[in-house]
Design a protein around this ligand. Structure first.
Ligand SMILES: NC(=O)c1ccc[n+]([C@@H]2O[C@H](COP(=O)([O-])OP(=O)(O)OC[C@H]3O[C@@H](n4cnc5c(N)ncnc54)[C@H](O)[C@@H]3O)[C@@H](O)[C@H]2O)c1
Length: 277
């Protein structure tokens, strides 16, 4: 899907997984990329975040598509730092047309009860406040350009269908991913007169650093032994165990394209039927 020539996409969580796949795909479709990633671990999580080397690799992959790329290490929880990174990228790339608020974290395994508050706070801070920050640092530019724009917020199937789990991380994840639908609708309504479209995507399980790690592996092994009934409910309707980051990038590429010119305020499942099971 070409058609993004002359446009710039701001993508959070761009170092690996879906963020990287979206950076490369939108570059292939013609966009220059402004990518940020925390490139640091968060103590309450049970798997590592991406590295600076991975963020640099995303840059190389975008440049291999013949597009310009600016990357910077920034934490979406830190509004001032995120604004600095965005502003630097903006001065290099000149404009912004597309915002992909993709960075997110999860924790489904047991945490020490003493860490429960940190697990809750970190997931809320990254998934909800970080997404709000992402939109906020880019929105003044998007609006002042006066040429419309597109915002895609990465929620989850968990934002449409809860899983029967009481662990704090799972409750926080579902709560934040559901809240993103409200954030999306609020923005979509308010920004429609300026032709700025806002939608959420809701992936089912995707093979990324978030799922392909030791902690998640142990949970799925326990589910296979019948010890994790909540995990055992996490199955797609279509005969596919797990999606690839490119499957989500395909949907995002459509949403940001002119083919989706009149799609705004929608919550798009990319879930292999997960939510209808
Ligand atoms: N993988 C799945 O099964 C799945 C399913 C549904 C939704 N999602 C959502 O998709 C999005 C992308 O996740 P992914 O699957 O690519 O996982 P991932 O862990 O591979 O990628 C997330 C990226 O975000 C970065 N990040 C984390 N916290 C950050 C912060 N505070 N500031 C900046 N960057 C930060 C990480 O370093 C990492 O590069 C997330 O919002 C996630 O919740 C994932």
């Amino acid at each position: 899907m070409a058609g993004l020539e002359g446009k710039v996409a701001f993508i959070t969580g761009a170092a690996r997984g879906q963020g990287r796949a979206e950076a490369v795909r939108l570059a292939a479709d013609g966009a220059d990329i402004l990518g940020i990633d925390i490139c640091e671990d968060i103590a309450s999580m049970d798997y590592p975040n991406a590295t600076l080397a991975e963020l640099e690799e995303t840059k190389s992959l975008v440049e291999a598509q013949g597009r310009k790329c600016f990357v910077s290490k920034a934490d979406t929880r830190d509004l001032a730092g995120l604004q600095r990174a965005f502003d630097e990228g903006l001065s290099f790339l000149g404009r912004v047309d597309i915002v992909i608020a993709n960075a997110g974290i999860v924790r489904l395994s047991d945490a020490d009860p003493a860490d429960d508050v940190a697990v809750w706070r970190d997931i809320v801070d990254v998934n909800l406040t970080g997404t709000w920050n992402t939109v906020n640092v880019a929105l003044p530019t998007l609006r002042s350009q006066g040429t419309g724009g597109v915002i895609v917020i990465t929620s989850s199937s968990a934002g449409l269908r809860a899983t029967p789990m009481l662990r704090t991380g799972a409750v926080a994840y579902t709560s934040t991913k559901t809240a993103l639908v409200g954030l999306m609708k609020q923005l979509a309504g308010a920004l429609a007169p300026e032709s700025i479209r806002v939608n959420t995507v809701h992936p089912t399980g995707v093979a990324t650093g978030m799922t392909m790690n030791a902690a998640m592996g142990k949970l799925f092994e326990a589910a296979a032994r019948g010890e994790e009934p909540g995990m055992a409910t996490m199955q797609n309707a279509l005969p596919i165990e797990i999606l690839q980051p490119e499957d989500i990038a395909n949907a995002v590429a459509f949403l940001v394209s002119d083919q989706a010119a009149y799609i705004t305020g929608t919550a798009l499942p990319v879930d292999a039927g997960f939510c209808i099971r």
